[in-house]
Ligand binder design. Structure first.
Ligand code: SF4
Length: 355
């Protein structure tokens, strides 16, 4: 029987486990504090637990997070961590420093089933969902590699996979991350969940009442172009996505993030900018424009500087809150699990070459 992983259990479940093992709920709270607040995975280091209880716990369970197989620094200061999971699958997370902020971009699936035309991960198909322990574990492993006293300050679910397609594990992870008493204690405002526009998931997340930020990848202003870039548009078209965006509950001063990758001569015209303005009329939105970063093996081109500026100004002239983003970690192909896909490609190539 495989041992239970304590990482990924809610604090209340750790309390239940302690009771099952014949101890008080208090022991469960101590375990939660060790794992989530102190970032300690070694049961033998949890010295305030009675020895007998630790032995009973070790016989039944372990605290394990994904092993960092490799880390790659980028010229812009970001760092990509490639994790090897217990079954040998790999995912990645990217640490992105920005002044006092240290943002971690997390993965939620191995591969992805949504096949966006510009995304290397999309070419892999979906291998499997990550567990909540593997999601939270990416953060615990990243925090453990930082200098003492430093920890990740913001979390974005924009790595490999579509977070809302792995809904139960995502929400379980969010509950652990935002539990201020015994979990990791992140403010929901410091957490952003990104989606390609899975309307039922957006509605469910809205009802969950967690208060996390939502980022929606729009990437086009007509169904025709969006359908070409994102096959998911056939299931949830622009109008359905925008309805769900309008219904997502926002606290005062909170905004929905709209992600828009600018691809040369595809979605970067001034007409597109005007359509974007119309789509977002009445929505408290912040648009992140991301000029495409060409990757080898991908046919899309980066838009010329003048077109990017024209798009930006057309949006701003009409009052849109819009900013230009460099895709962080671009030089290490950080966006959307691309490095993981590249590694898989290298491995396939290696296998082919060694035949
Ligand atoms: S962009 Fe995101 S949702 Fe689309 S294929 Fe890539 S990982 Fe999946």
């Amino acid at each position: 029987m495989s041992r239970l992983n304590l990482v990924g259990l809610l604090p209340a479940e750790l309390e239940d486990l302690a009771v099952e093992l014949g101890a008080s709920r208090y022991r469960g709270r101590q375990i939660a504090t060790w794992i989530y607040r102190k970032g300690e995975a070694r049961l033998e280091a949890m010295t305030d637990l009675p020895k007998d209880f630790r032995a009973a716990l070790a016989a039944r369970a372990e605290a394990a997070w994904p092993e960092v197989e490799r880390q790659t620094p980028s010229l812009d200061g970001s760092r990509k961590l490639v994790f090897r999971l217990a079954d040998g699958a790999r995912v990645s997370a990217v640490l992105m420093p920005d002044g006092d902020r240290l943002t971690l971009c997390l993965s939620t699936q191995v591969g992805c089933g949504y096949a966006c035309a510009f995304c290397l991960t999309g070419t892999m198909g979906l291998e499997r969902n990550l567990t909540a322990g593997e999601i939270v574990g990416q953060l615990l492993a990243a925090n453990a590699r930082l200098e003492p006293g430093r920890r990740v300050s913001h979390l974005v679910f924009m790595g490999m996979g579509e977070p809302l397609a792995n809904y139960p594990a995502l929400v379980r992870a969010l509950r652990i991350l935002t539990d201020a008493r015994l979990g990791l204690g992140y403010s929901p405002r410091r957490i952003t969940v990104s989606t390609v526009g899975l309307v039922p998931g957006m509605e469910r997340l809205a009802r969950e009442g967690l208060g996390v930020n939502l980022a929606v990848s729009l990437h086009a202003t007509t169904d025709e172009v969006r359908g070409r870039l994102m096959p998911v548009n056939r299931a949830f078209n622009l109008s359905a996505v925008m309805d769900a965006v309008r219904r997502y509950p926002l606290a005062p001063r909170q905004r929905i993030f709209i992600e828009y990758v600018l691809l040369d001569a595809v979605n970067d015209s001034v007409e597109d900018a005007h359509r974007l303005v119309r789509l977002l009329r009445g929505v408290r939105a912040k648009v992140n424009l991301i000029p495409w970063n060409p990757v080898p093996g991908n046919t899309w081109q980066a838009p010329p500087y003048v077109r990017v500026q024209a798009f930006l100004h057309a949006c701003r002239r009409h009052g849109l809150n819009v900013s230009l983003r460099r895709s962080k970690g671009g030089s290490i192909e950080a966006a959307c699990g691309q490095l993981r896909a590249r590694k898989a490609q290298e491995e396939v190539k290696g296998k082919t070459n060694s035949r």
